[in-house]
Design a protein. Structure first.
Length: 47
């Protein structure tokens, strides 16, 4: 049995608009810290 639920088209449109707005408002990172980050934290984030 699948837990997939198909959304109504109107709700898909609204979610798509909300996602687009969020993506357009997103800012890029232009400055980086030279502070070292423990390797285990990095591995936890990417694994």
């Amino acid at each position: 049995m699948s837990s997939y639920v198909e959304l109504p088209v109107d709700e898909m449109r609204e979610r798509a608009r909300a996602f687009l707005k969020q993506a357009q408002d997103r800012r890029t990172v232009r400055d980086f810290s030279d502070r070292p980050i423990p390797r285990d934290i990095i591995e936890t984030c990417i694994l």
